[in-house]
Structures are given as structure tokens and as C-alpha cells.
Design a protein around this ligand. Structure first.
Ligand SMILES: *[C@@H]1O[C@H](CO)[C@@H](O)[C@H](O)[C@H]1NC(C)=O
Ligand SMILES: *[C@@H]1O[C@H](CO)[C@@H](O)[C@H](O)[C@H]1NC(C)=O
Ligand SMILES: *[C@@H]1O[C@H](CO)[C@@H](O)[C@H](O)[C@H]1NC(C)=O
Length: 464
């Protein structure tokens, strides 16, 4: 006991424990021996293109059951940058697809969360009503643009089929087109089963044809409420909600810091102060004070409930909601004046000897193709891979070709989604695990106008 050696071991152990309070996970994922990392940007509920792009990487055979890893088991990695859901009509299918890939190849595939995934978690998990408002004011599916597409409910196996579903969908789409024509999408909300806050302008009370037909309004509002609650139950019962809450918001693969929106100067400086306070690295602060707090909140609460929208707790500890919102929604890296200096600041603050960081990889901010900015230190990966997003941006428009032909078209719904996948994905490679990663990435396009493979077309047709 008196041996000085033992004392040193004890001190070393105490330091180790305080430095690594959670030894199970670190910000670094997928090992240190990688020689290739492929990045796929925002998929936004287009399962056809999701499968097409994954097949295109050559890393996974998506036509075999179960999926087969074609890449090197130790050297190749595939990273999804979040925003699996919304805008298109196959959110659940994309979630099932990426979950299946991530669970089958956990050592090779990383799936971080985007803002749309985070919002879906909140809308599905938390309990809210007029007396107990949504933590961010109102549920995101209430917005007249961008979130859970009404067509998803018609196609979902979780939602019961009713004979007048198509009629109700048509009326809802007409009201949405009227909303866009009046440029009221920023203020009008699809309140169902009811408005969550006095601030909401209810589409069912203010927009034609609902404005003059309260009976139709009530019927449509009730049905949308039913669709939402059945869909939420499906997300909960299928385990997809729980799976989402187990994915990180920020991670490191290779020499890349990976986050959906970005780590703002404020967040990285706050992490820096936590790192000083707790005597840990900034990377560890991101892991323990964001990823793990988020996962713990949902783990303890989801274990405690038997259905969706039952969690009464609020994620208030340590500004967790604000920190996560910042990570998933940040767009500051694209500021022409300060963007690249922010990127450099984040890299140098998170970088350490144990965890060398040379670049940041983000999704969230769309472009036609993935772009390398700031001399290769920023990879902007959101290349609008979702066909519905390419066709309609943030508007809800009919998506299947039958429905597109059938329902009223507003100015915002002129085009129809293309039947081929577009955009680009990126890959960085190095000759061996002892070499540094290169500054420049390789960029992959699908051949122009490549039709979807027979397989993917068949699956899409099955879904309709
Ligand atoms: C990385 O490769 C080295 C050399 O082949 C090996 O000794 C080590 O165990 C590998 N590390 C991991 C995490 O697989
Ligand atoms: C993928 O799997 C299918 C079905 O098992 C098989 O026919 C095909 O040859 C596989 N492709 C590759 C590239 O391994
Ligand atoms: C779980 O439920 C029990 C009983 O309803 C409650 O006392 C407890 O606070 C809940 N735990 C959490 C983490 O919400």
C-alpha cells in the first residue's frame, strides 16, 4: 500500500477515469485503419435514389438479402450525413434502409442525425398539447412546407387505408396550393388534431376550400390527425424512433469532423470552456455533453413509455436543445466573409494529438453537386439527392405521377419529379492507414440520365 509505484498507478487511474468518464464511445467512429471514406448527403425520403446511390458506391450489394458488404471489411467506410426524412414520400423506407445498413455493418457505416430527423424525433416522442406546448413552439409537421409529406401517410403500411383517403388528400393538396399562391406558407399551419399554440394560423379555418366549408375542414383535419397518430405509432413500434435516438449528432471518421449543419463558433467555444472546466479534450466534450446527453435523455424516457407522444420530460439540461439545434441547422460556414475562418477555428479547436482533425463534412445546405470549399477543409455534401426536393424544393406537391396528373397544380407544382437520380457523392482515399488523407476528394456522379434500375423501379411501383 505504501509503495510509491502503487500511488502513481492510483493517480494515473484517477486521471484516466476523470478524463474518460464514458469509455464506451468516443467521438471517433469506425476505427483508425480506414483507407477510404464515402460520404452520402441528404436523402430526404427518396428511397429509390437512396438505394441507387448506395449501390453506386460499390460498397454494398443492396440487391442481395441480407445486404452484403462488398468493400474491404477493415478499410472502407460509408457515412450518411442525416436528413433521411421529409420532403419526399418514403421517409419510413429510407429510415428502414439506413437503419438496416447501419445495424448490419456497424463497423463500416456511420449515420448521423440531421435537423429533419431531430424534428421527427421531437414530434413523435414528446407529449405536447395546448397546455403542454411543443418544446420548439409547435410540431414541425404542422408547417405548410418541408416536413412529413401527406402522401407518405397514403403509402405507409402503418396507416390504415380508408375509402376516402385519396379525396381527403386531394382537398388538402388544393388548400396547400392556395396557401402557396397567397405566399402564406411561412405563417399557415396544418393544425391536426388541433393547434398547439395560439400563435398558429390554422389552414382549416383560413384557406379555401376549408374557409367556407367547415364540415370538410373538420373531416380533413380529423383525418390528418389520425394519419399522424397512426404513423407515430408505427415509428415507435418499429423501433425506428429508438434507433434514431441512438445515432450521434456529431462524430469523427478518418480526419473529418462530421455534423449535419455545422459546429458554430458559439458551440465550439462553449465546448472549449467545458473542456477546460472538466479537464477533457474538446472532442470528448462534444461526445459526452451532446451525443451522450441526447441519447441518455431518450433512453431513460423511451424505456418508460409504451407509445408515441408520451414523454413528458424536457431536454433542458445544459442547453441541450439549443446545442443540438445549432449543430443540425447551422449555415454559418457558407458566409462569404467569415465561413472559412469559422471552419479553421473549429478544426483547430477540436483537433488534438489523439484525434487529428483536418476537415469538416456537412450536409444541410443544398446545392446541385457536393462542393469542396475553404481549400478542401469544408466538404458541403448536400447535393439534392431527393427527386421531390429537386422538383419542388420546400413545397408539398403531388409526388406519384398518377397523383400529379390528378390533383390541382399551383404555380409551385408545375414540374413533376424526374425518374432518374441526380447530384453527387464524395470519397476520400489514401494508399494505406499510415498515409495522411489527401486534401482533395473524388467526386462521383451517376451517369447523366441513367434510368433507375429495374429493381428500384419495381419497388417504387410496389409502394404506390
Ligand atoms: C490496425 O492495423 C494494425 C496493423 O495491421 C493492427 O495491428 C491493429 O489492430 C488495427 N487496428 C484496428 C482498430 O483494427
Ligand atoms: C448482388 O446480389 C445479387 C443477388 O444475390 C447477385 O445476383 C449479384 O451478382 C450481386 N452483385 C454483386 C456486385 O455482387
Ligand atoms: C419513469 O416513470 C416513473 C413512474 O411513472 C416516474 O416516477 C419516473 O420519473 C420516470 N422516469 C423518467 C426518467 O421519466
Amino acid at each position: 500500500m505504501k509503495s510509491p509505484f502503487f500511488g502513481h498507478v492510483l493517480i494515473f487511474l484517477m486521471i484516466s477515469l476523470s478524463r474518460f468518464p464514458h469509455v464506451t464511445a468516443s467521438l471517433r467512429r469506425l476505427g483508425t485503419n480506414l483507407t477510404s471514406v464515402t460520404f452520402i448527403g441528404d436523402l430526404h425520403a427518396d428511397v429509390g435514389c437512396a438505394k441507387e446511390w448506395v449501390q453506386k458506391t460499390g460498397l454494398v450489394n443492396v440487391t442481395s438479402t441480407p445486404y452484403k458488404w462488398l468493400g474491404d471489411p477493415e478499410n472502407d467506410a460509408l457515412v450518411f450525413l442525416g436528413d433521411y426524412v421529409d420532403k419526399g414520400s418514403s421517409s419510413a423506407s429510407v429510415l428502414q434502409f439506413v437503419r438496416s445498413l447501419q445495424e448490419t455493418f456497424p463497423d463500416n457505416i456511420l449515420t448521423i442525425l440531421g435537423n429533419h430527423d431531430f424534428f421527427l424525433i421531437l414530434d413523435t416522442a414528446l407529449s405536447f398539447s395546448k397546455d403542454n406546448p411543443h418544446p420548439l413552439g409547435f410540431p414541425f409537421y404542422d408547417y405548410a412546407y418541408s416536413f412529413m409529406h401527406p402522401e407518405e401517410y397514403l403509402e405507409s403500411e402503418w396507416v390504415e387505408t380508408r375509402t376516402d383517403d385519396e379525396d381527403i388528400y386531394g382537398v388538402l393538396m388544393t388548400a396547400l396550393q392556395n396557401t402557396y399562391a397567397k405566399r402564406m406558407e411561412g405563417s399557415v399551419h396544418l393544425c391536426a388534431p388541433e393547434c398547439n399554440s395560439e400563435e398558429q394560423v390554422n389552414i382549416f379555418e383560413t384557406i379555401a376550400p376549408f374557409k367556407t366549408n367547415p364540415e370538410l375542414a373538420k373531416k380533413t383535419q380529423d383525418r390528418l390527425g389520425t394519419w399522424r397518430s397512426e404513423y407515430a405509432k408505427g415509428l415507435f413500434d418499429s423501433g425506428l424512433l429508438r434507433w434514431m435516438t441512438n445515432q450521434p449528432l456529431v462524430a469523427v471518421v478518418g480526419d473529418a469532423l462530421i455534423v449535419h449543419g455545422g459546429v458554430s463558433k458559439q458551440v465550439v467555444n462553449y465546448m472549449s470552456s467545458l473542456s477546460t472546466h472538466f479537464d477533457i479534450d474538446v472532442a470528448e466534450a462534444l461526445q459526452t455533453h451532446i451525443n451522450e446527453q441526447f441519447q441518455k435523455f431518450f433512453e431513460s424516457n423511451l424505456n418508460n413509455v409504451t407509445g408515441p407522444n408520451m414523454i413528458k420530460g424536457r431536454m433542458t439540461a445544459g442547453y441541450l436543445t439549443e446545442l443540438i439545434l445549432d449543430l443540425v441547422q447551422h449555415r454559418g460556414y457558407f458566409d462569404r466573409k467569415s465561413g472559412c475562418s469559422d471552419v479553421n477555428h473549429v478544426i483547430s479547436t477540436v483537433n488534438s494529438e489523439e484525434l487529428p482533425i483536418k476537415r469538416v463534412v456537412v450536409g444541410h445546405t443544398p446545392n446541385s453537386y457536393a462542393r469542396e470549399l475553404c481549400g478542401g477543409k469544408l466538404l458541403a455534401s448536400d447535393s439534392s439527392l431527393s427527386r421531390s426536393f429537386r422538383a419542388y424544393g420546400n413545397m408539398y406537391c403531388p409526388l406519384s405521377s398518377e397523383r400529379a396528373a390528378q390533383y390541382a397544380k399551383g404555380a409551385s407544382c408545375g414540374a413533376t419529379p424526374e425518374d432518374f437520380c441526380d447530384g453527387s457523392i464524395s470519397r476520400m482515399t489514401r494508399p494505406s492507414a499510415n498515409d495522411p488523407w489527401p486534401t482533395k476528394m473524388e467526386r462521383y456522379l451517376l451517369e447523366e440520365l441513367t434510368p433507375l434500375s429495374e429493381l428500384v423501379m419495381d419497388e417504387l411501383l410496389e409502394e404506390l
